[in-house]
Design a protein around this ligand. Structure first.
Ligand SMILES: NC(=O)c1ccc[n+]([C@@H]2O[C@H](COP(=O)([O-])OP(=O)(O)OC[C@H]3O[C@@H](n4cnc5c(N)ncnc54)[C@H](OP(=O)(O)O)[C@@H]3O)[C@@H](O)[C@H]2O)c1
Length: 256
């Protein structure tokens, strides 16, 4: 039996978990695609290709060249360009697309969230008065906070922020999640943080700071996602597995 070829666009825990669940299957050949930005990427359970495709056209060429049967976009909810490219490439090639996107966090009693639509809105939401800010939004968007150099920043990211921020009081912390609530509490107390800036990434790995903020009564400026696109959607790995199986069964029925 010919194996069905699945390309997973990854860079997330969900993508790795999904790949691990599919790795043992004899009817499927899975490749995981990473952007190649992280200097020391975590080990993966299936063969990996790394680096951009060269825009939407490059992705189309790859999908055709590798005779991919199913494209699964399991990239981060805030990785917008690759998801747009995946949608268009699926339309151009007719190769089915499944979006695996973890659910966002929901506000609960005791949370003090200010929800904003963009990183620049998060900068504005910090206000004029100097504050001690925990910036936990990843290194790519951190530079936007050059617009508010009056604050003191603790910036946490997996890889170094390069070039660094313009503000005169910035501490950099290199760390990769998951982050436990206890450790986050200690960090926030130790650095006397007054406000946290985070993306609404969802998932457990980085929820510790949100829970810690609730315990300490700290405000959180939360950058929200843009609305999900049309098409097949899964919020969990389990759901994605079910939908992937359904799509693969459809190939068989059509005798493809
Ligand atoms: N944005 C976040 O907050 C965040 C957080 C955690 C993890 N990540 C992961 O980090 C990666 C980059 O995120 P981003 O926000 O820079 O994405 P992005 O802005 O949507 O993507 C920028 C470009 O990077 C390449 N790319 C992105 N993901 C790729 C993948 N999985 N495989 C191959 N090429 C990929 C594509 O280049 P070409 O156009 O040349 O194909 C894409 O156009 C993603 O894989 C994402 O899942 C992002």
């Amino acid at each position: 039996m010919d194996k069905r070829r699945i390309l997973i666009l990854g860079g997330t825990t969900e993508a790795r978990d999904l790949a691990a669940r599919l790795a043992g299957r004899t009817d499927i050949a899975v490749t995981l695609s990473l952007a190649g930005r992280t200097l020391d990427p975590a080990p993966q359970p299936v063969p990996v290709r790394s680096g951009g495709f060269g825009g939407m056209e490059g992705l189309v060429a790859y999908l055709r060249g590798e005779a991919v049967d199913l494209l699964i976009d399991a990239t981060h909810p805030f990785a917008r360009r690759i998801s747009t490219n995946a949608r268009t490439a699926s339309q151009v090639t007719g190769i089915p697309l499944l979006r695996l996107e973890r659910l966002g966090w929901e506000e609960t009693d005791g949370d003090r969230w200010t929800r904003v639509a963009s990183t620049s809105a998060a900068v504005a939401a910090l206000g004029e008065k100097p504050r001690r800010v925990f910036l936990a939004i990843g290194r790519q968007e951190a530079k936007a906070f050059d617009a508010a150099p009056q604050h003191r920043y603790l910036v946490r990211s997996v890889d170094p922020v390069d070039p660094p921020l313009d503000a005169s009081h910035v501490e950099y912390l290199l760390a990769r999640g998951p982050f436990a609530v206890e450790a986050e509490l200690e960090l926030l107390r130790d650095r006397r943080i007054e406000v946290i800036v985070s993306k609404n990434s969802g998932g457990d790995a980085t929820y510790g700071k949100i829970a810690a903020a609730r315990i300490l009564g700290l405000p959180v400026v939360l950058v929200e996602r843009t609305a999900a696109g049309d098409g097949r959607h899964a919020g969990t790995v389990e759901e994605a597995l079910r939908l992937a199986d359904h799509l693969i069964a459809a190939f068989r029925k059509r005798g493809v």
